[in-house]
Design a protein around this ligand. Structure first.
Ligand SMILES: [Mg+2]
Length: 410
């Protein structure tokens, strides 16, 4: 089954998330890998700079290669190979006019647009191989540990962040919707108290407001509901340690990305002083997780199928965590294809805690695919036994959200 084409399509639409749920725009890019059998696979990449250029390179590089060798050829793009290189690896000027870089990945470092694009190609190849073998993608990873994939809800703040009643109402609504876990963004919880957006500090005033609002959420959600908070890599070590001390009575499941994540040292300092589990890694590849686990810098690994290299790499990270007796949760603010891809890995990974869910505020990103059953039910991604990822594009929804200058992938 030879790859004949790799194409992509950029969709966009409203994004209702952030301080007060303000409306912005968000784009998602769908990837399609075609083969000489007529079968094709669907994947997704995020709309980051350089990603579509990387996809164009991979089209030139992968055309003619065996789609069943998904893990090997994506790995070639991420980590490279040594001479004499795999049969079929192009060299020189490729048909699309780009020059192939043999022996190593295009960056020689598995980081950035190459990894993000390769992630989408890997997802599409898993969909494709599952379709070819007439089996769900989770069976390519060893089969299911659980029937469905639990999701956790990422919430923005209410329109009026000072209204504790609105925080309580948001918590009650989340519980009533069938979720068992939700997450808030610390940096969006009390933005009116920020005096300097640059200095990575948390004032006592800001911490007091955050604690008041999260306490209201805890009271409304009840003692058994799991609550997490995300710091978006924004804060300095002493302030986040002080915040963690204040948050201790709330029994949080995790505090995410407390400090800048370029090295594990400061995160390890935070973890050493924290009674709240530390969750990190939404932009990491496998080897960065290895550095952070070895440094004692995290309790929960939080990879994203769109940023770690795809479904095979996501599973590899989950297994690494399992060997260290640590759980994985999957970061996710992608669209429907990214979410279903992560869910397939989640049900097939022993130590899977749950998968992030953003669609409650941006429903269109979950509706550009169709299948026989709803994507979500009772706080879970509903899994089926349909081949591959088990979804097809809803071309009408895609047409409605097609970004300017884009052609429908049909
Ligand atoms: Mg995060």
């Amino acid at each position: 089954m030879k790859i004949t084409d790799i194409r992509s399509m950029r969709l966009w639409g409203p994004r209702n998330h952030g301080v007060g749920g303000g409306t912005a725009k968000i784009a998602k890019v769908v990837v399609r890998v075609d083969t000489d059998t007529g079968l094709y696979g669907l994947g997704e990449v995020d709309d980051f700079m350089g990603v579509r250029e990387a996809l164009a390179y991979m089209k030139d590089y992968f055309v003619g290669r065996d789609a069943f060798a998904a893990n090997a050829i994506v790995s070639e793009m991420l980590y490279g190979t040594q001479a004499p290189n795999p049969a079929g690896s192009p060299q020189g000027v490729m048909p699309g006019g780009r020059i192939a870089i043999r022996m190593c990945s295009p960056t020689a470092t598995p980081w950035g647009p190459v990894v993000w694009a390769a992630s989408g190609v890997d997802i599409a190849l898993c969909d494709l191989v599952g379709k070819a073998l007439k089996t769900p993608a989770y069976n390519l990873l060893g089969g299911r540990f659980r029937e469905h994939a639990k999701v956790y809800l990422d919430r923005s703040s209410p329109d009026d962040v000072a209204d504790l009643g609105a925080w309580r109402a948001m918590a009650r609504e989340t519980v009533a919707s069938g979720f068992t876990q939700m997450k808030f963004d610390i940096d969006f919880m009390a933005p009116e108290s920020v005096r300097d957006v640059w200095n990575r500090s948390l004032s006592l005033e800001q911490m007091n407001r955050i604690v008041e609002r999260l306490t209201a959420v805890r009271e409304a959600a009840g003692p058994d509901f799991e609550i997490c908070v995300d710091c978006h890599m924004q804060y300095n070590v002493p302030d986040v340690v002080r915040l963690l001390e204040r948050l201790r009575p709330l029994n949080l499941l995790w505090l995410e990305d407390p400090v800048p994540i370029i090295n594990p040292d400061s995160c390890a300092q935070v973890r050493a002083k924290s009674s709240v589990p530390i969750c990190i890694g939404e932009m990491f590849i496998a080897e960065q997780f290895r550095l952070f686990v070895d440094a004692g810098a995290c309790d929960i690994l939080h990879p994203d199928v769109l940023f770690c290299g795809g479904m095979h790499e996501l599973r590899r990270i989950a297994d690494f965590a399992e060997l260290n007796h640590l759980p994985v949760a999957f970061h996710g603010n992608g669209g429907a294809l990214a979410t279903i891809a992560a869910a397939h890995v989640g049900v097939a990974s022993r130590n899977f805690l749950g998968l992030e869910y953003h669609f409650i505020e941006t429903p269109w990103i979950g509706s550009y695919v169709r299948r026989d059953v709803p994507l979500f039910r009772d706080g879970q991604v509903v899994m089926t036994d349909a081949p591959g990822l088990g979804v097809e594009l809803d071309l009408e929804v895609c047409r409605q959200h097609l970004a300017p200058g884009e052609a429908l992938l049909a």
